[in-house]
Write a protein that binds this ligand. Structure first.
Ligand code: PAF
Length: 358
């Protein structure tokens, strides 16, 4: 949270703060002095403000390795502290695109959406350990920061007036303090579908996104519809917890054969890729079958939905981890449901590919 806590008796604490202000203890950090209430007033305040800005300048120089300005419209911060210092001085409304890096055109299209709406956009690159299960690929997850920055630089050639700030904390401890324990639980919606297959995954996603929102303090968060359940869960978290931020969701970006772009596609061999290309086509076929069913009855027959999907998946060349028709709020479909979405994951050896169709 971008806030400090001062506890205790109000009159006394004012006195203590003033004392701290006069004779800073040699171990007290300059940040402590920022809690001093502005109503102390007077000349001394001016002197101290000057002193404070000198200390800040000294610290900025000392820790300038946390920042790199690559071009007039691209800045990279490698530490949370350096990013926070920049954020404090910046009062423009920000667009925010959170990522785990290994950027592809799906991320770039979100970044472009954000740039068209906001003159300053923060792109975070952080491989979040808490959203990976113990047997998942956290260690192996592709970390391609230099290549990612290059891609953003290239894109920015088309947007000379945009400002992109890459926030790329280099270690989990930049986000999670030692003994971190304040996880955010998404509740029931986080235990369905992906949540059932990857227990704890959405708790990790909600926790990191809420931390990032507190650090970045954006006006608008840009998310991809490819991670449909993630989008819906984060939307709910933002509503439930009254985060002062709106969400814009970008359409899934696909290759010329319809396969949804994903950082994990890079692991596919050419044979596996050929197999994976059947995924969007088969999802289309299931959708057509379900639409036919609906047109027969003008309502959803829940048993018929399940058996149509199950029969299709059993006879498919793909190995389906799950395929489910849900309401767009991820509740179960009932007879009268109108807005629905088909969500699916296939497995190719130890890789899981995820897609959906509204
Ligand atoms: O979608 C992702 O890349 C991640 O889940 C997110 C939202 C950046 C949180 O780590």
């Amino acid at each position: 949270f971008p806030v400090t806590i001062e506890s205790g008796n109000a009159k006394k604490s004012m006195f203590l703060l003033a004392t701290k202000f006069k004779r800073p203890h040699k171990h007290s950090s300059p940040v402590d002095t920022e809690m001093i209430p502005m109503n102390i007033g007077g000349l001394k305040m001016d002197c101290l403000k000057r002193l404070l800005s000198q200390i800040k300048m000294f610290l900025r120089k000392k820790f300038s390795n946390g920042l790199k300005r690559l071009s007039h419209n691209l800045t990279v911060f490698y530490t949370t502290e350096s990013f926070k210092q920049w954020r404090k001085k910046n009062s423009y409304p920000l667009g925010f695109v959170p990522t785990m890096g290994n950027l592809h055109l799906g991320h770039i299209s979100l970044l472009e959406m954000a740039i068209k709406k906001y003159s300053q956009v923060v792109l975070s690159i952080f491989v979040n350990p808490t959203q990976f299960g113990p047997s998942e690929d956290f260690e192996k997850y592709p970390r391609t920061l230099e290549q990612d920055i290059l891609l953003v630089e290239l894109m920015l050639k088309n947007y000379p007036d945009a400002q992109v700030i890459v926030y790329a904390p280099q270690h989990p401890s930049e986000i999670y303090h030692k003994d971190f324990s304040s996880f955010i639980s998404p509740g029931k919606i986080g235990t369905l579908l992906e949540g059932e297959k990857r227990p704890g995954h959405f708790q990790g996603v909600c926790s990191v996104v809420s931390i990032l929102l507190h650090i970045v303090q954006p006006e608008c968060l840009f998310l991809g519809k490819k991670d449909y359940q993630q989008w819906k869960i984060l939307q709910k978290m933002i509503t439930d917890l009254h985060f002062p931020v709106s969400i814009i969701a970008g359409e899934t970006v696909r290759n010329s054969e319809g396969l949804a772009l994903s950082s994990r596609n890079r692991y596919l061999s050419s044979q596996q890729l050929e197999l994976a290309l059947n995924f969007p086509q088969q999802l289309h076929q299931i959708k057509s079958l379900l639409v036919e069913e609906w047109e027969k009855n003008h309502c959803w027959k829940v048993d018929a939905i399940s058996s149509t999907i199950a029969t299709f998946c059993q006879n498919s060349i793909l190995q389906w981890d799950y395929c489910a028709l849900r309401q767009q709020d991820l509740e179960d479909v009932s007879e009268g449901s109108r807005e629905v979405v088909l969500l699916a994951v296939i497995r190719i050896e130890n890789l899981r590919l995820l897609d959906n169709m509204e």
